[in-house]
Structure formats: structure tokens, C-alpha cells
Design a protein around this ligand. Sequence first.
Ligand SMILES: Cc1cc2nc3c(=O)[nH]c(=O)nc-3n(C[C@H](O)[C@H](O)[C@H](O)COP(=O)(O)OP(=O)(O)OC[C@H]3O[C@@H](n4cnc5c(N)ncnc54)[C@H](O)[C@@H]3O)c2cc1C
Length: 502
Amino acid sequence: MSSAPSAAIKIGSVVVLGAGSAGLMAALTLKRRLPHLAVQVVRSSEIGVIGVGEGTTAVFPRHFFEYLKLKPQSFYAEADPTWKLGIRFLWGPRPHFFYTFAFEFEKRQPELTRNNGFYYTDEFPWLGPASAHMAQARAFPRRPGGLPQFHNNHAFHIENRKLVAWLERQCTEAGVRITEATVRPERGPDGIAALIAESGERFTADLYVDASGFRSELLGRALEVPFLSYQDTLFCDRAVIGGWDRTTEPILPYTIAETMDAGWAWQIEHEHFINRGYVYSSAFLSDDDARAELLRKNPCIPADRTRVVGFRAGRYQKLWSGNVVAIGNAAGFVEPLEATALQVICVETSSLADSLADSLCEPTPTLIELYNRYNTAAWDDIRDFLAVHYRFNTRLDTPFWRAARNDVAMHAAAEVVEFYRQNGPSVVAGPALIHPSNSFGMDGYLAMLIGQNVPHAKPWNAPESERNFWNQRCRKLAADAQQGMTVSEALKALRSPNLKWA
Ligand SMILES: Cc1cc2nc3c(=O)[nH]c(=O)nc-3n(C[C@H](O)[C@H](O)[C@H](O)COP(=O)(O)OP(=O)(O)OC[C@H]3O[C@@H](n4cnc5c(N)ncnc54)[C@H](O)[C@@H]3O)c2cc1C
């Protein structure tokens, strides 16, 4: 059982160490949800922020615009996002497949006997409006009057420095104090007693949020909470990042995840810049060879605009220990194959704010224990889901991919895969197999298993009448999507004075 901050302490003040996305999202979430809290951020420009993390999931807009009730207008005006409907995987034996946030595989059509996943074909690799829009490179349906029909199954692509700048402004407006200082922790009976700046200034609070990135200054280094590696599942530990200024390329409404020799590469679509990053395993490829492969496959990237970032996949055993709660990279890390880091920060910060609100800022041992259980499970869920991406990708026959197919540890994903192997894309057991808090759900697993054409024991030829209905439906979805708005058109409409925000 976790130890609570001493029972007599009611949390009235919080110091957040770090002003990357995690620190600023934590400070903003706490201050918006609990305005009476004194929230201060301490950050070091000397150390800086990691400066990556540019794709989100649909949890991100819901966190800011529904949970925190921020107005999207300032986000659009200042952070310059584009929309992401999902991921187009260049992965496995099919030419490509789509992963959306719209749970299209598990949906059912009243006219058909089984859920959508059973009807998937190479001819129509879309199952609903979201994937049909992706296939047509359209972002949103077009409303009469030429405005986009927004919905909340979308995510964003955002440049990290613009996101951080927007978050900083939101924090300041909400009343968060941001102070520049490089600090070291001083230990105390509850965990941390103070953060001490080089000038000797002391920062003290009832609760410390460790958002110091990979340094994990408070949870990892000072409190020495053990780190649990995910290395048996996730072999990659480095990324080489580059990109180029957009010229005539259309802005795609999705991230691309492309299989590479010793890992995979993302393509993230900003309005004026295309960002590429090759995530690879240093056990299989040197930095120079990774850079060479990225540049060879993306000749538009200027060689002097690449940089390498190292990381380790895993999480700390506990995320809340004594008077320290770690958020973001200070708590754990998995590679951005499903772009989940900002999502995890949303979940961690909202569950922390809710925990404080519900306990009247006097968190009990049971609450802290459940916070830890819930948030560590969220990290493990991502690892397990990514295992399926590695174990079944047959696209390349390289030493890295042979090792991934043979050796990747599946953990809890093994049971889901076994169910699929025996039963095909059935969703009847989904809720029993996958906890409702798992953000990917059975639908996410089906997208990856069907997308990678993983064999199962129940191949099914739908009756001709059902097949005809399905094909007609797919053609109509494609035709409707073709009438939709591209990202460029939707951006233009967004900036039009005719747009009425709800
Ligand atoms: C290659 C790569 C690609 C990624 N892509 C994605 C993606 O597509 N989508 C996604 O959601 N996430 C992605 N991420 C993850 C994402 O970048 C991070 O999770 C996110 O930016 C949060 O970072 P952070 O705030 O935890 O850490 P950082 O940005 O590293 O911030 C740490 C902060 O702590 C401060 N600090 C540290 N030590 C001290 C000290 N002693 N004194 C004072 N201040 C201190 C620093 O100054 C800084 O302000 C990616 C990560 C990597 C490595």
C-alpha cells in the first residue's frame, strides 16, 4: 500500500518540476479543476524540453475542450494544429490499412449478421466514415455553406514548440506561476522537502509533480522508485528525426507509420512542414545507418536537419509515492507508434485532479493505491497493444523484424490474440478480455490483427446478399467521403469569419 502524504497535510500548494508538455498540462489541469490550489512551475531553460511529441489521439481534444472546457479558438489560432483521423499503417502483407479513433471494426450494421470486422476486404480497406475519409485524403464531411462538419473522433498533429507555447500562455492566464531555475531536490520525511535552486532559493509545496522528463529527478533519482523496463516487448531505443518544408504535397488527415529495416518511421503532417522520424533499435542499427536509411527513403530531408534522440521504454513501479506524483516521461515512456504519450499525460493529470477534488485535497492511502494501479495499467496496456504491432508484422525479412516476430513478449495481449486466432474478429468477448479503461479496446486489436492479416480459425464467406450490401455501403462511404473537405480546405474554413463555434 502506498504511503499518503502525512494525514494532517491538506494539499493547498503544488510545485510542478518541468515545463515540457507534461509539466504544463499538469499545472493547467490542476489549476483549472482546483482553482484554489497554489500551482507553481519550476523549469530550466538550460536543460530545455525534449521538443518532440507531435501526434495525439482523440483523448487530447476531449481533455482540453470537454474536460477542461477550454475554448478551441485560441488553440487553433496559436498552436496551428492540423487534424488527424488515425494512422495509415504501411505494415504487414497488405499494401496498407487504417487505424481510426472511431471504433469501426466492432460496429454492427442492422442489415448484417456480424460486426464490421468480418466483412473487411482488400478491395475496400475502410469500414466506416472515418476510414473512408482517410482513404480519400479528406478530413471532414462538408456542411451546406462550405464549412466542415467537425466531430470528436479526431486527434491533432501539432508542432511541439507551438503546443508548449500555447500551454504556457494558458497556464499563465489560469494563474499558474512559472519560475526559471535549475533545481535539485532535498529529501524529507514524506518524500521531498524542497527543490533548491543554484541561487539557494527554496521551492516548497504540499505536493510535488515530477514532470522533469527522462531525468525523473524526484520519483526516479531522489525517491529511487524502481524502473520496470519494457525491453522484452519494445526493442527500439532511439529515433532519428528530420523533415522538410511542405511545397505542393497535400496535407494528409492522418499519420503514416511505415515499416523500416530496424523499426518504423512516422510521417506527421503540419501545415507547412512534414515531420519524419525513424524509431529503431540500437542493437540492430547504428545511428549513422539509421540516418542514412531515413535520408535514402526521404530524399527531401536536408541532411543537416536531422537529430537523434535516445529513450528507454518502461515505467516506474509506482507513479505516486509519498508527496511526489510523476507525469509524462518522468513516469514512463513507450515509443510513439500509437502516439500515446500526450494521451497518457491527459489521463494522468485528469485522474490526479479528480483524486484531489474527490478527497477534498486529502488523498487517502486507498485512493493513492488505486491511482497507481489505474495509471500503471494504462502504461502496460500500451506496451501490450504495441506487442501486436511487432509480433505480426511480416512486411520485411530483416534481422530486426525476424527477432520481433520470434521474441517479442506479448504479456496480456497473448490472450486477446489467442481468442482472435480461435474465433476471428468476434467482439462478443471484448469486455471480458479487455478492461473498459483500455483506450484501444477490442476494436484497436481488431484493426491491427485484421490489418496485418493474422490468420484465424473461422474464415467466413458472407452470404452473397450480405456481401452485396457491404460492397454497396463501402462504395457509398467512399463517394460521400470524396465530397468531404481536405485538411487545407478545412483550415481555410476554420479561418473564415463565417465559422460559428458552438
Ligand atoms: C522520438 C520521440 C517521439 C515522440 N512522439 C510523440 C508523439 O507523436 N505523440 C506523443 O503524444 N508523444 C510523443 N513523444 C513523447 C513526448 O515527446 C513526451 O511524452 C512529451 O513531450 C512530454 O515530455 P515531458 O514534458 O515529460 O518532458 P520534457 O519535454 O523533457 O520536459 C522536461 C522539463 O523538465 C525540466 N527539468 C528537468 N530537470 C530539471 C531540473 N533539475 N531543474 C529544473 N527544471 C528541470 C526541463 O527544463 C523541462 O522543462 C515522443 C517522444 C520521443 C522521444
